[in-house]
Design a protein around this ligand. Structure first.
Ligand SMILES: Nc1ncnc2c1ncn2[C@@H]1O[C@H](COP(=O)(O)OP(=O)(O)OP(=O)(O)O)[C@@H](O)[C@H]1O
Length: 219
């Protein structure tokens, strides 16, 4: 008989991670294991280091000490592993003079997608995030909430193994907040690991686990 258990391996982990910014230690000696398909809420007061941690886990900010591992392989030894990680930036990180669709298409092209496939995937992602009607609008013409949904759509279109999202519902009205959250949570069904930094207890309530960062005495 088949074993009915589903075994989830570790998708992303960090060991004895410390992060510094502005000459101060923000994260100190943090070890974590995030399983495939797991939904994790990252909480903590403003300034506790959520953005710093997500940026480090995404491989965009080198740790002061310790290391980040993708499926057990240190990221600093194989930087190509970053391709499996996507980050939704708190400030969106969109190119304001490109259209919503172009923002996603250029990201997908840079990740190696063929042009037609990039166009198709960008349109599908914008549809899922309810911003399809703004596909041909310049990002600078969109509201903050619309821009945030384009940023989420871009990350989803990459179909990453690990999706790190920094307060991805902060600018959304209740209807769109639910839609964004549903789309983010849905990716875990395919084994994608989801980490959401949030101040919203309802968002955290839909995750499997909450990791709480505390402000510690800083050097
Ligand atoms: N580039 C930087 N230079 C100086 N200080 C920084 C820098 N980046 C972050 N910090 C500081 O690090 C601390 C953690 O910031 P971070 O943005 O990671 O917190 P956060 O938990 O995401 O906050 P919020 O909930 O307000 O988004 C803050 O005190 C912040 O001022």
């Amino acid at each position: 008989m088949d074993d009915p258990r589903v075994i989830f391996g570790t998708a992303l982990s960090c060991e004895a991670l410390s992060c510094r910014a502005g000459g101060r230690t923000i994260i100190e000696d943090l070890s974590l294991e995030l399983a495939e398909g797991e939904r994790v809420a990252l909480m903590g007061p403003s300034g506790s280091g959520k953005t710093t941690l997500l940026t480090t886990l995404a491989g965009l900010l080198p740790p002061a000490s310790g290391r980040v591992l993708v499926r057990g392989v240190p990221l600093d030894e194989r930087p190509g592993l970053r391709a499996g990680l996507a980050l939704v930036f708190q400030s969106y990180g969109l190119l304001s003079l490109l259209t919503a669709a172009e923002n996603i298409e250029v990201t997908l092209r840079a990740a190696g997608h063929r042009p037609k496939e990039a166009v198709r995937a960008a349109a599908a992602a914008l549809e899922r995030l309810r911003v399809a009607r703004f596909a041909d609008h310049l990002v600078e013409e969109l509201s903050g909430g619309q821009q945030q949904r384009v940023a989420v759509a871009r990350a989803l279109a990459l179909r990453p193994q690990v999706l790190l999202a920094d307060e991805p519902t902060a600018e959304q009205d209740p209807t769109h907040r639910a839609a964004v959250l549903d789309e983010l949570l849905a990716v875990t069904g395919d084994g994608t690991t989801l980490v959401i930094a949030t101040h919203d207890p309802e968002v955290a309530g839909r995750c499997d686990r909450v990791i709480e960062l505390r402000e510690t005495a800083r050097r």
